[in-house]
Design a protein around this ligand. Structure first.
Ligand code: ATP
Length: 247
């Protein structure tokens, strides 16, 4: 159907040394979806997100089967830069900010990657600062000296500067205090609601992910084992125990 923006069609992936990390995972995102990928440590969430932006070769990994379609086009082998130009923007692991640059300089790198002009760049900064007022206050701070929460906000902000249609995020809650995690998820929900941004995010914190996402897919040992509306999965405490490494 035409409103499908991103489709993983039986995607398998492996790392060098033949460590198979994904076994035929299928997942469909429609325009305006907020989807969560849940699973315990090592389940394959990050691998799937990296596959979506063709970032596996940098880790000596590769897609070994299936394909990834973006707006119906096969992007399985497209370069990471091409993904960003098309609007499929990753915000992955460790935030990867330029630590010696200021928050604002980091944000601007997101716009440069996309070749945005001056007016669009200014609009982007305005949008990021409206979403995260804390970043506006800290715009001249050296990124490496800011808090984990501010760094995560800056990483999200930098992604927004690239004008995403689909935002792919890996564990935005990682290492952050609950109040900051709530603030970041609120911001993502707001973006999704108010701008129609399509979001796919991986989370080990299933409670927060299920309270914001519309639907979720649980990955276990590189396979999709369960998928459904977030509201239904929230009613299933057994999921935490069975698949997510919980109690
Ligand atoms: P986490 O939450 O810990 O990131 P995850 O669900 O994202 O877990 P992946 O990081 O995708 O899981 O890992 C899936 C499998 O692939 C694991 O068995 C992991 O050890 C392996 N793996 C991940 N990255 C590499 C790599 N660079 N080289 C070799 N194997 C890897």
């Amino acid at each position: 159907m035409s409103d499908i923006v991103l489709e993983f069609d039986r995607v398998s992936a492996a790392y060098s040394g033949a460590i198979a990390a994904l076994h035929g995972v299928s997942l469909t995102l429609r325009a305006g979806d907020f989807a969560a990928l849940l699973g315990a440590n090592g389940a394959g969430k990050t691998t799937l997100l990296k596959a979506a932006s063709n970032l596996l070769p940098a880790e000596r990994g590769r897609i070994t089967g299936g394909q990834i379609l973006y707006r119906g086009e096969d992007v399985t082998r497209a370069s990471p830069d091409a993904h960003i130009r098309k609007g499929l923007v990753p915000v992955l692991e460790g935030r990867r900010l330029f630590r010696s640059l200021s928050i604002e300089e980091n944000l601007l790198t997101g716009a440069h990657g996309k070749g945005l002009g001056r007016a669009a760049t200014a609009r982007g900064l305005e949008q990021v600062y409206a979403l995260f007022p804390r970043l506006a206050q800290r715009r001249h701070a050296v990124a490496g000296l800011t808090s984990g929460g501010e760094q995560q906000m800056a990483a999200i902000g930098r992604g927004l500067m690239a004008v995403p249609e689909v935002f792919v995020l890996d564990e935005p809650s990682m290492g952050l205090a609950p109040l900051v995690v709530a603030e970041i998820f609120e911001a993502l929900s707001r973006l999704n609601r108010e701008t129609g941004l399509t979001i796919l995010l991986a989370e080990q914190n299933s409670a927060i992910a299920l309270s914001h996402a519309h639907h979720a897919t649980v990955i276990e040992n590189g396979r999709s084992v369960l998928a459904g509306p977030a509201a239904e999965l929230r009613q299933r405490p057994d999921i935490q125990a069975s698949y997510l490494g919980g109690q």
